[in-house]
Design a protein around this ligand. Structure first.
Ligand SMILES: [Zn+2]
Ligand SMILES: [Zn+2]
Length: 391
């Protein structure tokens, strides 16, 4: 540099050629890898939009999972940082969603590294690619990530930093084994924050699906309903166990129990289950989501099902108006209305699909429809899959 404060080209060149300058060059993740990672996740979850503009930047993106869940991916220097947010509470994040995001990113990273090794003439056959990067999990702590390695997290139930204490259970959702239907043996059940929450219609259906009729009856009597409630609901809905169980829980939610607060919470259900000596982990399972996309045809995450698919789908489905409707995001009230307006099963399903397509809260996508069909499991998935494979 000159003493005059002017910068000459030859000085810059001289500076560049000095050894120590090279040592100060920061190692960063190349843009091509950043694009590849964002591209991989955006093939499953759409890029979130705000005021009609996609939240996609040079090395960052915000992705939409559902109306309450989103994640942002930021590529910074040598780190890929992923923040998963679930509006109601971090304690009710679906472990399946966290694990699928991690698995998708890890798979892509492995693939890119293998490709890179091949292009520079090295074989990746004897190399354990996962040694080339490290995954850490954690929480936001005073506005910045507070992380520990997965192996450390697995060995303890909590860790402390200079500012806070953290539980490892929720950060470990990133590596949750989503092939297992049951809770892991060390599951401590719902967090006290989650227990204070009001169960939604979706939670009720998911809970109802885990009981036989007798256990559900035992539970609702324990929760404070009377034999007469049971008889009345059984009279109207007794033809189908899932509908009967759901409507029993729904009646409990909407009945003022003497000596108890009108507001119901997971706490009531937890206490009821304990009192009848039933497994309380059925409550953890209502937060599980279906995330096995391996059988899905290649459709864009934002593609909306066309009328041909929706008009022909009811004939491929069994009697599932309530389960299908609630999983698609309709309220039990609205489904009851459909059942009153339409007597025939196919007409009920058609009306539910029509209502779903016109919902404003969430975009009705082919992806969402297939997730729900797999979850409800009463047919239709193969039909929708074939319709999109044909194209
Ligand atoms: Zn911390
Ligand atoms: Zn559990």
């Amino acid at each position: 540099m000159t003493n005059t404060g002017r910068i000459n080209k030859r000085d810059l060149l001289k500076l560049w050629q000095q050894k120590q300058v090279h040592q100060h060059i920061k190692r960063t993740i190349p843009s091509s890898l950043a694009f590849k990672l964002i591209g991989a996740v955006s093939g499953i979850w759409p890029i979130k939009e705000e005021n009609g503009r996609p939240l996609l930047y040079h090395s960052a993106a915000v992705l939409y999972v559902d109306s309450k869940t989103e994640f942002r991916i930021i590529i910074e220097d040598t780190r890929v940082i992923v923040y998963l947010t679930h509006k109601p509470s971090k304690f009710t994040i679906s472990p399946d969603i966290a694990a699928s995001i991690q698995e998708c990113l890890t798979f892509t990273l492995n693939d890119v590294l293998k490709f890179y090794l091949t292009t520079i003439g090295k074989s990746h056959k004897d190399k354990d690619i996962s040694n080339l990067f490290q995954i850490e999990v954690g929480e936001v702590c005073d506005r910045s990530p507070c992380v520990i390695s997965i192996s450390e997290a697995k060995e303890t139930s909590r860790w402390s930093c200079s500012r806070n204490h953290h539980l490892t259970k929720y950060p470990l959702f990133w590596v949750f084994d989503k092939t297992k239907e049951e809770c892991p043996p060390d599951c401590t059940g719902l967090h006290s924050d989650a227990l204070t929450m009001l169960p939604s219609d979706k939670h009720l259906v998911r809970l109802a699906s885990q009981f036989d009729i007798d256990s559900c009856k035992q539970l609702i009597l324990q929760l404070g309903l009377q034999e007469i409630h049971w008889k009345n609901v059984n009279h109207s809905y007794g033809h189908d166990a899932l509908t009967l169980n759901t409507m029993m829980l729904y009646t409990w939610m909407n009945t003022k129990i003497k000596g108890q607060s009108t507001t119901k919470s997971f706490n009531n259900l937890h206490a009821g289950l304990k009192a009848i000596d039933a497994d309380t982990h059925v409550l953890c399972k209502v937060f599980r989501e279906y995330t096995d996309f391996s059988e899905f045809p290649k459709v864009g995450p934002e593609d909306v099902p066309n009328d041909e698919v929706l008009n022909n789908l009811p004939q491929k489905l069994g009697n599932c108006a309530l389960h299908l409707g609630v999983e698609l995001g309709l309220s039990i009230n609205s489904i009851e209305q459909t059942k009153t307006d339409h007597q025939k099963m196919y007409d009920q399903t058609a009306d539910i699909l029509r209502k779903w397509k016109n919902l404003t809260e969430e975009k009705p996508t082919v992806f969402k429809l297939m997730v729900v069909l797999e979850r409800v499991h009463l047919g239709g998935f193969q039909f929708v899959k074939d319709m999109y494979l044909r194209k």
